[in-house]
Design a protein around this ligand. Structure first.
Ligand code: BGC
Length: 513
């Protein structure tokens, strides 16, 4: 999830510049930001399915889960239904939503480095609070702090990355950040799998997040800020020296001048919020709001957050549940890599459409299998063969998300917004995403209890709507430089009506930062 503002595609000239040690270190630090987000996202599913954790903090859920007599809950579907338990997972997103409002100003006024450092400290303290938690309050406060960490890092890290990297690898880094998130989720699943068997393993699962947090903090202390940020804060000479160091060459005049120009232009477009509600930016406003909403209504986080819980609900043993989460986590990583190689070759639309159809077919298959075995009563069990088939469909679903809505849900909003609306567009995208991630995280276990197998058809219904929406309304943006984006809308059968004729290619001077 490359939140924040990553400039992609733009029409800037290609400057000389080596991939210097600086750039490599930058990538490592940025990797930590993505990894931490993925780790904290993926870790709770396994932890909430661990007996010792449930016994300590949620004894009622534990009794419900182990109860075969049906006294507490007859239906398998409702075994984990507990709002406090889901708050443990979802509170992070609420905090991230709140923090991103402050984080964007701090990132702008004080620089990317400070913002990353603050994010790292939040991650560190949050992980430690959770690891040493003695009650539910401490657990949730820890998660809230982690959420603040996510809010800060999702603003600063992608921006830091895109400003440090040579333009030629900038686009790849956008999905690279998403890849690190999926690797973080996979590591979390693997760690849960290994630690579930040891005494108080959950404490280690929650505490291990402190390690990348320390690397991120140290990185933020030792690394310098980006030239763009220095220029923005009036430190022109320092910025030039910095650019020479990171590019590994002396002649950086052209790029430096562009950065200065871009910064001047940016100062002129002081009111991105006012701009984005103008009619001519209707497509961007619609996509920046609907894409994150739809991304969450694919239902992906049901799997990312709750795979082990879901698998246990469906009668997998607790070890098999954790193992299955490792498998889906691995598929997520591999399919994201496939996306990196396909996105500029096949284009965004093909990936969205193929991904949507594949997700839908898998959701129907999973829903139908659960309906057949568990019906509405929620009593039943799968045979070994059925378990494997179910896991296959879930993996095929995760793969289709991971090469479509996963990375594109972040890439497309960032590449369709030109400078005069970019900060507002990104803020909308990030906040809508966090809001619906919170909502899905919070209500999923309750929805499972009430909608039963129908839950999969519910998300399937949304996948139908979003796929039709993409088919009719999203023009292809592959290889379109950002300053030519207006002509794409202008020639679109629907969006054309919002774009005044004289606007085509105006604002071309407001280039990609
Ligand atoms: C989404 C997350 C999701 C992740 C899974 C991201 O693009 O924004 O909500 O958990 O993909 O890999």
């Amino acid at each position: 999830m490359a939140g924040g503002v990553v400039a992609t595609g733009g029409g800037r000239t290609h400057h000389e510049g080596k991939i210097t040690l600086f750039v490599i270190v930058t990538c490592i630090v940025a990797a930590m930001g993505g990894l931490l987000f993925g780790y904290d996202l993926g870790i709770t599913g396994g932890v909430t399915s661990m007996d010792q954790f449930l016994l300590k903090f949620f004894p009622n859920v534990y009794i419900q889960m182990k109860d075969q007599s049906g006294v507490h809950h007859h239906s398998q579907y409702c075994k984990f239904d507990n709002p406090l338990l889901t708050l443990f997972t979802s509170s992070l997103y609420l905090a991230a939503l709140v923090a991103s409002f402050f984080a964007s100003s701090i990132t702008r006024i004080m620089g990317r480095k400070i913002s990353m450092f603050i994010g790292g400290i939040f991650f560190l303290v949050g992980s430690l609070l959770d690891a040493f938690a003695v009650n539910v309050a401490m657990l949730i406060i820890g998660r809230l702090l982690l959420g603040f960490g996510v809010g800060f890092c999702n603003q600063s890290v992608p921006l830091y990355l895109s400003e440090m990297a040579p333009p030629k690898i900038r686009g790849a880094l956008n999905i690279g950040f998403q890849l690190m998130i999926t690797i973080g989720i996979l590591i979390a699943n693997l760690i849960n799998y290994k630690l579930a068997k040891i005494k108080n393993g959950w404490r280690f699962s929650l505490g291990i997040g402190a390690v990348p947090a320390i690397i991120l903090c140290l990185g933020a202390i030792f690394l310098d800020d980006t030239p763009n940020s220095m220029i923005e804060r009036g430190k022109q000479e320092k910025a030039r020296k910095m650019l020479q160091r990171i590019r590994g060459i002396d002649d950086v005049d052209e790029e430096f001048q562009e950065l200065v120009n871009a910064s001047e232009e940016a100062k002129k477009v002081d009111n991105a919020w006012k701009n984005i509600i103008e009619a001519k930016y209707r497509p961007q406003l619609v996509f920046c709001s609907l894409i994150p909403f739809f991304q969450q209504f694919t239902g992906i986080n049901v799997i990312m957050f709750y795979a082990p819980v879901l698998f246990q609900t469906l009668g997998f043993g607790s070890n098999a549940s954790l193992m299955s989460a490792v498998i889906t986590g691995g598929v997520n990583v591999v399919a994201t890599i496939i996306s990196i190689f396909s996105v500029d070759k096949f284009g965004r639309r093909i990936l969205f459409l193929e991904g949507g159809i594949q997700m839908l077919l898998c959701q129907i298959a999973v829903g139908a299998m659960i309906a057949k075995e568990f019906g509405v009563s929620g009593v039943g069990s799968f045979s070994k063969g059925e378990v494997n088939l179910l896991l296959f469909f879930i993996c095929a679903y995760v793969a289709s998300f991971a090469w479509s809505w996963g990375p594109l849900g972040w890439l497309v909003p960032s590449e369709i917004c030109s400078l005069e609306i970019r900060s507002a567009g990104q803020a909308i995208n990030v906040s809508v995403n966090m809001l619906f991630t919170f909502i899905i995280g919070q209500v999923f276990l309750m929805m499972l209890c009430h909608l039963k197998f129908g839950l999969f058809f519910f998300f399937g219904g949304f996948v139908v709507i979003m796929t039709i929406f993409i088919a009719f309304f999203l023009p292809e943006t592959k290889n379109v430089p950002i300053e030519e984006m207006n002509s794409v809308w202008r020639s679109h059968w629907f969006w054309a009506r919002f774009i005044p004729q004289d606007m085509v290619n105006s604002h071309a001077h407001l280039q990609d930062l």
